[in-house]
Each structure stands twice: as structure tokens, then as C-alpha cells.
Write a protein that binds this ligand. Structure first.
Ligand SMILES: [Fe+2]
Ligand SMILES: [Fe+2]
Length: 318
């Protein structure tokens, strides 16, 4: 795959991906609370927290990219922007539906989703933790900043930089899901796994779009990296808080020491692995571009499975 350094705004004019007309309504309606393998309560609540973040997070991505669409003059990047928006609209719709079902099953997905629609993303419980954790030591500045930034309204270019950074997160987690059997096996419900694999395939397909738009409109390096630090802090804290709070309030956690076993099991979770952290950290390199993490073969193999009913790729094929 060629990463061009010409005057094109797209990094790869050949890159083409569809807006799939797909619905998981049946899977969602029939979803059971125990969708993770081995009574893994932490995995269940992590999945619910992530799903809670998607609809409004993805709406923010769409708005951030749309704001600059008129400055995209390269017809191939324009086409990719439109496909990106189409894919994210579908993700938002399906995850909003999923969040409702997960909420019926006792998860915090809807609470997470609604918190993003208010000015105060932080729940009172989160603010208490921040106050205690940032009273002393190196986190003191972070605490001050969070309290000052409660009404922080980022400029459009910062929103685009945050979008590019968070797209690097979704693409990296997606790559993990599509390449790590250890992560795939954590889903007990295979039809539910298919929904997450669909989202993961599309995150890989469109991972360069927001980044290319950011570069095309002259976004600078300092803002790009600052956005990545902000995205990391916000994502780790919000997803981490709701995962732990959800698991602690879940009665299943206390049956046969399920929570303790789940903590132990998650020490091997690829989503917390060194491999994932290293791939995320690549974003801070000055010459970084999302297509340097080449997933074209992985995407092709999984597309055959999703779109053409082909065999499910194994780790070796991916
Ligand atoms: Fe998405
Ligand atoms: Fe995305």
C-alpha cells in the first residue's frame, strides 16, 4: 500500500470501503446478560462501557470531520470522508439500540451514553475519585486541569485532532479483536461477536480518514499529540470507572468469587497488553500515520467472512 507524499490530500487514493446496510436488531433483542465467556464480569462491563461511549462519541467524530468537509478538495478523500460518515452513522444507530438492551440487562451503557450528552460527563462518584487521587503528587496538576476544564469547549481543530486520536484507539482495539484469538474467545455469544467484528472491520477500513483530513486542513503536531494525551486520559478514566463501578454493583460478581476470577483472567486480556500499548504509543511519533499499521490483509480476510459468508479467518490468516 502506497502512502503518498504528493499534493494529494488522501494518503491512499485506492482505499475504498463500503457503507454496509446491516442491522443487528435480532442479535441485540435476543442478547443474554452472560455474553462473555467464563463468567467474566469485568469483560461484560467493559464491553457495555465501550458501547455506551460509541453513539455520541461517533457523532462527535462525524461533526468534527463535517466541519472541514468543504476544505477537502481531493475527490478520493471526499469519497472516503463520505464513507467514513456513513459507517459511523450506522455504528451509532446499532450501538444506541445495543445500549438500550444492555441497560435492560442491568449494564451502565445507557448511563454512559447519556453522560456524554450532558455538560458534566463526570458522575459525582468520578469527581470524588478525582478529588482524592489528585490531591497529592504528580496527579495534582491533572486534577486542577480537569476541574478547570469542566466547561472546556474545544476549538473545531481540537475536535478534529481528538477524532483522529480516538480513531487510532478504535482502530488499534479493532486490530486486536481481529488478530487475537485470546480476545475473540472472550465472547461466549458468537452472534454478538459478529457485531463487534463488523464494527472492528469498519474501524480498520476507515482509520486514516480523520487523520488525513486533519493533515489536509493544516492541523499541527503539538495539537495532534496533545489531543492524544487528552483522549487517553478521558477514555481510560471513563471506561475504567464505569467498568469497575458496574462490576462492583453486579450480583454475579459475588457468586463463586466471579469478580476475583475475572480480575485474574483479565491479566491476559489483549486489550490491556503491552502490544496494544505500544501500538497506541506509536501515535506520538512525529512521522506517524495510521496506515503504517498495515491491516489490509486482515481487513480482506474478515470482509470475505462478513460480506461473502466466507470462512472465519483464524489467527494465522489474519
Ligand atoms: Fe465506529
Ligand atoms: Fe471510527
Amino acid at each position: 500500500m502506497a502512502i503518498t507524499t504528493t499534493d494529494r490530500q488522501t494518503s491512499d487514493p485506492e482505499r475504498d470501503f463500503p457503507v454496509r446496510r446491516i442491522s443487528f436488531e435480532e442479535v441485540i433483542d435476543g442478547l443474554d446478560a452472560d455474553f462473555a465467556a467464563h463468567d467474566d464480569v469485568l469483560m461484560c462491563h467493559l464491553v457495555a462501557a465501550l458501547s455506551g461511549l460509541f453513539p455520541d462519541g461517533e457523532q462527535m467524530f462525524i461533526d468534527a470531520v463535517k466541519h472541514y468537509r468543504d476544505e477537502v478538495t481531493d475527490p478520493d478523500l471526499r469519497r472516503q470522508v463520505n464513507a467514513f460518515i456513513g459507517q459511523e452513522v450506522t455504528h451509532g444507530r446499532e450501538h444506541r439500540r445495543l445500549n438500550e438492551r444492555l441497560a435492560e440487562l442491568g449494564y451502565r451503557s445507557k448511563m454512559v451514553e447519556e453522560s456524554l450528552q450532558r455538560d458534566e460527563v463526570m458522575t459525582p462518584g468520578m469527581m470524588r475519585i478525582i478529588k482524592v487521587a489528585t490531591r497529592f503528587g504528580p496527579l495534582r496538576d491533572v486534577g486542577r486541569q480537569i476541574q478547570e476544564d469542566e466547561r472546556y469547549e474545544p476549538e473545531p481543530i481540537m475536535l478534529l485532532a481528538l477524532t483522529a486520536a480516538l480513531e487510532h484507539y478504535t482502530a488499534t482495539m479493532a486490530e486486536m479483536l481481529l488478530t487475537e484469538p485470546e480476545l475473540q474467545q472472550r465472547f461466549a455469544d458468537q452472534r454478538f461477536f459478529r457485531m463487534w467484528a463488523w464494527h472492528a472491520i469498519e474501524e480498520c477500513e476507515h482509520k486514516a480518514v480523520a487523520f488525513d483530513v486533519y493533515r489536509a486542513v493544516g492541523g499541527d503536531e503539538a495539537t495532534r499529540r496533545k489531543a492524544m494525551r487528552m483522549a487517553t486520559l478521558a477514555l481510560a478514566f471513563i471506561a475504567g470507572y464505569h467498568t469497575v463501578a458496574g462490576a462492583l454493583r453486579d450480583r454475579r460478581s459475588y457468586r463463586r468469587a466471579a469478580l476475583v476470577r475475572s480480575v485474574w483472567r483479565n491479566r491476559n486480556n489483549p486489550l490491556f497488553s503491552r502490544r496494544l500499548r505500544q501500538r497506541l504509543a506509536d501515535y506520538h511519533r512525529p512521522d506517524f500515520h495510521p496506515l503504517q499499521h498495515d491491516t489490509t490483509a486482515i481487513e480482506a480476510a474478515w470482509r470475505r467472512w462478513l460480506d461473502d459468508d466466507g470462512p472465519r479467518p483464524d489467527a494465522a490468516a489474519a
